[in-house]
Write a new protein. Structure first.
Length: 309
């Protein structure tokens, strides 16, 4: 219970850091009327900065090389949280407000729990699946209502939904690796192995004109905190408390993101947005109460009994 409690607190620290990601990304990419950095540069550039910090950290802590069986999980983690989630959100955030995007993030706790349950050979109950489906329907309904395009989903909303899927995948695999590697080393190696792709692409998409300090401040935050430091607490929390349980700490992330977006970006909360956010979070809260059974293991998996190195 002590480890679980510590995991929940570390998870909350990670979520609090991640909650600023959407507002800060919006600050960096600007709006359609006043564009700043490209979404591709923000996504890949932040990974390059975090990779540089990771190399220094790995050297300072004398991190061992990942084992042979760790490279594929690291590649999957990298695909989810270094490429997929940053790219989709950074491109989308120029076209939607952070308050709007925060509602879409409301589906992430259930998505993470779902992937974690599958990865750890657990069997969610029918009630869990119903809650997962209801939460997803609410998110899509909100996106359709706000799209202003009838029954067509806005491209930015589709990108945000894809980002949630990538995040869930990267979170679950990173948490699994954190059971046998130091949590800090997981995100560091995931960033380093992506560097041969992120560095040239970030260089190619770098802004060629002067930008306001606020844009660079937003970029600096997502590079140092969202892409690096936040994962130190998040992956450690998932490893200690369990992916399915600790993922539910993300319940507070949409609300925190909304609260940060109001003073940072001058956005406002309306009754519809708040109502959908509460409804989505309610489905996640109910879903986490549903029983999840563990299936008998038929193949070797990463053992949670292994102490992090």
């Amino acid at each position: 219970m002590k480890a679980e409690r510590k995991g929940l607190w570390l998870g909350f620290v990670g979520v609090a850091i991640f909650a600023l990601t959407l507002p800060m990304t919006r600050l960096a990419v600007g709006t359609p009327d006043a564009p700043l950095m490209s979404g591709v540069f923000v996504a890949l550039g932040r990974a390059v900065v975090a990779a540089g910090l990771s190399i220094l950290f790995l050297l300072a802590t004398r991190a061992p090389w990942p084992r042979r069986q760790d490279w594929l999980p690291l590649a999957i983690t990298s695909a989810g949280v270094v490429f997929g989630f940053p790219l989709f959100t950074s491109v989308a955030m120029r076209h939607v407000e952070a308050v709007h995007a925060s509602v879409i993030v409301g589906v992430l706790p259930l998505a993470t729990a779902l992937v974690g349950a599958l990865l750890h050979r657990q069997r969610p109950s029918r009630g869990f699946w119903i809650c997962a489906a209801l939460g997803s329907v609410l998110v899509v309904a909100y996106a359709l209502l706000r799209s202003g395009a009838g029954l067509r989903l806005h491209v930015a909303d589709a990108l945000l939904l894809a980002a949630m899927a990538c995040a869930a995948l990267g979170y679950a695999w990173g948490a699994r690796l954190s059971q046998r590697m130091r949590a800090e080393h997981v995100i560091c190696w995931a960033l380093v192995i992506a560097l041969p792709l992120t560095l040239p692409l970030a260089w190619w998409t770098a802004p060629g004109t002067a930008l306001p300090a606020s844009a660079w401040a937003g970029f600096a935050y997502v590079a140092v905190f969202s892409m690096w430091i936040g994962f130190f607490a998040w992956y450690r929390g998932l490893a200690l408390g369990g992916t399915v349980r600790v993922s539910q700490v993300q319940l507070v992330q949409p609300f925190l993101s909304m609260l940060f977006a109001v003073p940072l970006l001058g956005e406002r909360l309306d009754a519809l947005t708040l109502a959908f956010a509460v409804a989505v979070i309610a489905t996640v809260f109910v879903g986490k109460k549903m029983p999840v059974r563990t299936a008998p293991a038929t193949a070797p998996v990463l053992s949670p009994a292994v102490e992090p190195r």
